[in-house]
Design a protein around this ligand. Structure first.
Ligand code: ZN
Length: 493
């Protein structure tokens, strides 16, 4: 009986470069045996024991997943196609905890100094010497050292996670200190990776900290992820969040997820081999501008402390493994409302049609996440840019000084107006701007401003589509630019 066996790209090098092999056999096991008689190298990549497929290797007959059947004993018939789908695309599996519990013999031993430092862990039977050695062996990659990364890094360092990788390319700003407690006032202006490394090394000099001062991109993510066991997502934007998810799925790594906005937080563990991924939950990002960033919408400073600590908790549990009955946040989405002090939990399910972790996922490699999130459509942005008139803070000041008749519309929120405002500016929040269009005199030159220039651009677009005919200019850089370039007495926020 001739059966077609499809070999995944990652394994083709062990099959003489061939993606399709014809083999004989009555069951999946016999067919694979026939293939491996030809290509002996394949065996160790497919099989854990003599007759057991590795748990990250999935096999399909035609379109059917046989994971839940007897796998190797499943019968095949003439003309069938057997497809091998390893859920790790070329990545190595880590050596600790839930990631792979059997490698205990390779766990590092603890020094007397470590035994004394971690004594409160060691006397917990659920952790013990073995658990602490797993922590020491673990390699965790943190994406970002901001609000979530701060408590996360500090607790993981304190817990004795042996290798912490940190990715960040930002510089510490004063407005970060309201929540990013890994950095201090003396660190303003320093690179976050340096500031975080110093603080974490002070918390625990016995661990190894590796910093990567770079933006996580589709070019560097897979390589970085493969060198770690667990990825912890502390990012604050959708392109990076989807990049982290997809790179985790492609390398088979668990993604310890957290996100925050205003008073609300979410946490989960996305691990495609064991359950839902982020795309199973949110296949596509919201259109740009619909969900404001923390810089636009604000965030309660304590919130990332709580969500980041939950992420640290889940990371430690993944490393320790679930043999002692811990329940990881896999297939569970935790929702937290800090304002009403409420936790809720949603059940998640792996989506068979998920574009990255589904049964026949079309996405096989990392994509352009800026474009995916609608943040990069060069042609469209170009033409909008051409149409939108802009004025710099310095130009506006010059025109006002000359006595030009200019009305200034401030489209921020009233509480922002309370923090800082321009003289004679009329406050009409963005959401009301179309309804209150008649309060804007179309016969006068009009400058629209917000905090940084993006909401005012939206206001101008909205006014134009609503038929406003006056001359509108966007204040470039918003009131922040006015404070920087014209009047430093206006506070920046
Ligand atoms: Zn998925």
């Amino acid at each position: 009986m001739a059966i077609t066996v499809l070999i995944p790209t990652a394994l083709r090098q062990y099959a003489g470069g061939s993606g399709e092999i014809s083999a004989e056999g009555a069951t999946v096991g016999e067919v694979l045996d026939a293939v491996m008689r030809e290509h002996g190298e394949l065996r160790k990549h497919l099989y854990a024991d003599a007759d057991k497929l590795r748990n990250f290797v999935n096999v399909y007959i035609n379109d059917d997943d046989i994971r839940h059947l007897e796998r190797l004993a499943t019968k095949v018939k003439e003309g069938d196609t057997v497809t091998i789908v390893p859920s790790i695309a070329g990545g190595s599996v880590g050596s600790v905890g839930m990631v792979m519990g059997e490698a205990n013999t390779e766990l590092p031993s603890l020094t007397n100094q470590e035994i004394s430092r971690y004594s409160r862990h060691l006397i917990l039977p659920e952790v013990g010497m073995e658990g602490q050695r797993k922590l020491k062996a673990a390699r965790v990659l943190m994406i970002g050292t901001g609000g979530l990364g701060a408590p996360l890094g500090m607790y993981l360092a304190a817990a004795g996670v042996g290798h912490l990788g940190i990715v960040d390319f930002d510089v510490v700003e004063e407005s970060n200190l309201q929540r990013q407690i890994v950095h201090g006032t003396k660190d303003i202006g320093r690179r976050k990776v340096d500031s975080a490394r110093e603080r974490l090394a002070d918390i625990n000099p016995l661990i190894n900290i590796e910093t990567h001062e770079t933006q996580l991109t589709s070019d560097n993510a897979l390589e970085l992820f493969r060198e770690h066991d667990i990825i912890v997502d502390g990012t604050d934007n959708f392109p990076t969040r989807y990049l982290v998810n997809d790179a985790c799925v492609l390398t088979g790594k668990p993604n310890v997820y957290g996100s925050i906005f205003r008073f609300e937080g979410q946490a989960s563990v996305f691990w495609a081999q064991k359950g839902a991924c982020y795309r199973c939950l949110y296949p596509e990002p919201p259109p740009p501008g619909l969900v404001p960033s923390c810089a636009e919408g604000g965030v309660l400073g304590v919130l990332p402390g709580i969500i980041g600590a939950i992420q640290a908790n889940e990371t430690v549990k993944l490393i320790l493994g679930d043999e002692a009955g811990s329940e990881p946040l896999i297939n569970r989405l935790l929702l937290f409302d800090a304002w009403r002090m409420r936790f809720r939990e949603m059940k998640l399910r792996k989506d068979a049609a998920c574009p990255i972790c589904g049964d026949h996922a079309p996405i096989k490699e990392l994509i352009d996440y800026q474009e995916f999130c609608g943040l990069k459509s060069p042609a469209a942005n170009q033409s909008e840019g051409d149409m939108m008139q802009e004025i710099t803070a310095t130009e506006l000041k010059q025109r006002l000084d000359k006595g030009d008749d200019i009305q200034i519309i401030d489209v921020r929120e009233p509480h922002e107006h309370d923090i800082a405002h321009l003289e004679n500016a009329k406050l009409i929040p963005l959401a009301q701007v179309v309804n209150r269009m008649d309060e804007i005199d179309a016969s006068r030159d009009t400058v629209v401003h917000c905090k940084g220039g993006s909401r005012s651009a939206k206001a101008i677009e909205a006014l134009k589509s609503a038929g406003f005919t006056g001359n509108l200019s966007n204040l470039k850089g918003g009131i922040g630019a006015w404070s920087n370039d014209v009047d430093p007495s206006v506070p920046k926020y």
